[in-house]
Design a protein around this ligand. Structure first.
Ligand SMILES: Cc1ncc(COP(=O)(O)O)c(C=O)c1O
Length: 417
């Protein structure tokens, strides 16, 4: 009985999220909006908007500089935001969390400040074939500069990272493993803690792309042992223009800055300068204060729901969606079974172009995505030029999947597939 009551309370909490997000009340093309493009952007609940509004309406001032009341309040809120995001990610101390613009900038920070200083000719960078371009292109550049080599790990027949291949390729030549925690196409969840153990045993460090996982899975960077972990605010109910890089403190302290200028210095003379302590050393210029406050409010919102429950909600929707989608003749789902993924499903439907699928879905009120989803090499690996993708979040319900299935049946009819 207690369990059942708990279940009701959980369902009520998740139902309330829909009321919290004004965008979800919209109609498009005369239909109720069914928002299934969450891997690209999540919708913002009112408490996140209100936290940012409090900054802009009550203490809109620059941080770490002014000796006046508003600046002190802004600085307190900004540093409090760092603490909240650190807690959300399980970082051992707030200072190990650096605010950036997005996950891409976080990964570039690792590239420019760590890889550029530490990679040499003949070194290897180990990646998977399912990386987002943001966790691939920076490493191509670093490999080019250093004369290092990129080594790729493929997938099993079930669409998971091939851990046997990874163990085989993880030799002492590898200095950096750059790996996604959850694929933005396949939804596949990667056992990053296991990879960290293997990598550390050969002296390599691990940069984890957590752009998707931070929103969908319980994350604890300390327990995972990650050396770096990158994520973005807007994928986890927060605003755009803000992301974080978590880094292990010893590494961050030894690294050079990435962005030179105001706010990141200790002293400046005409000929030379010294750097501020971590994290300020990496936060050159005025930061996105309102964004950081918004991202922290989003982390709080998710923490209140509980990330285990967020993951369970994904699981419930995947368990419903898989058989419903598989009822559609000619529909192929890519990636692992529901239990091994987060709430993302990429698929093709016969030879209908994914852009045509997305266009029909849009007319039916269903927001989805089509293309290579910034993972062009993965699509080559799968032997397809593009895919359609739907991605769920905490406000989605089974009836959204019913609407998706009906819209896909319309697409089949329109294209005679
Ligand atoms: C797995 C993954 N990594 C990295 C990124 C890049 O994130 P951002 O655009 O916030 O830099 C994304 C965005 O879609 C992603 O899904």
């Amino acid at each position: 009985m207690i369990r059942q009551n708990n279940q009701h309370a959980i369902e009520r909490d998740f139902r309330l999220v829909v009321d919290d997000c004004p965008v979800l009340q919209r109609f498009v093309h005369g239909k109720r909006l069914v928002y299934l493009d969450n891997a690209a952007m999540t919708q913002m609940p009112r408490p996140v908007m209100e936290a940012m509004q409090a900054f802009y309406t009550r203490f809109n001032a620059n941080v770490h500089r002014g000796i006046h009341r508003l600046s002190e309040e802004a600085t307190d809120a900004y540093e409090d935001a760092r603490g909240k995001v650190a807690r959300f990610l399980g970082a051992p101390q707030p200072e190990s969390v650096i605010f950036t613009r997005n996950a891409t900038e976080s990964l570039n920070l690792v590239a420019y400040s760590w890889a550029r200083e530490n990679l040499q000719g003949g070194d290897e960078i180990l990646l998977s074939v399912m990386e987002h371009h943001s966790n691939l292109v920076p490493w191509q550049q670093m490999a080019d500069e250093a004369g290092a080599k990129l080594v790729y790990v493929g997938l099993t027949s079930h669409g998971m990272l091939d851990m046997d291949e990874l163990a085989q390729k993880l030799t002492s030549r590898v200095k950096l493993v750059a790996i996604t925690h959850m694929s933005n196409v396949l939804g596949a969840i990667v056992p990053v803690a296991e990879i960290v153990n293997l990598a550390h045993a050969v002296g390599a460090i691990v940069a984890v792309d957590g752009a998707q996982s931070a929103a969908h899975l319980p994350v604890n960077v300390a327990a995972m042992g990650a050396d770096f972990f990158a994520c973005s605010g807007y994928k986890m109910l927060g605003p755009t223009g803000i992301g974080v890089l978590y880094g292990r403190m010893e590494l961050l302290e030894a690294m050079r800055p990435f962005n030179y200028g105001g706010s990141m210095i200790a002293h400046v003379e005409l000929e030379k300068s010294t750097w501020a302590e971590v994290p300020q050393k990496f936060e050159g210029g005025t930061p996105n204060i309102g964004g950081a406050i918004g991202m922290a409010a989003a982390a709080d919102y998710l923490a209140r729901l509980g990330m285990q429950r967020v993951q369970a909600h994904d699981q419930k929707l995947l368990a419903y969606a898989f058989p419903r989608l598989q009822e559609i003749p000619g529909l192929t789902i890519y990636g692992p079974p529901p239990e091994q993924r987060g709430g993302i499903i990429a698929f093709t439907l016969k030879d209908i172009h994914p852009h045509d699928i997305a266009t029909i879905l849009d007319k039916e009120g269903v927001a989805s995505r089509a293309g290579h989803h910034c993972a062009e090499p993965l699509h080559h690996y799968l032997g397809i030029p593009a895919s359609a993708r739907v991605s769920f979040y905490i406000y989605n319900r089974e009836h959204d999947i019913d609407a998706l299935v009906s819209a896909l049946l319309v697409a089949r009819k329109v294209f005679g597939a």
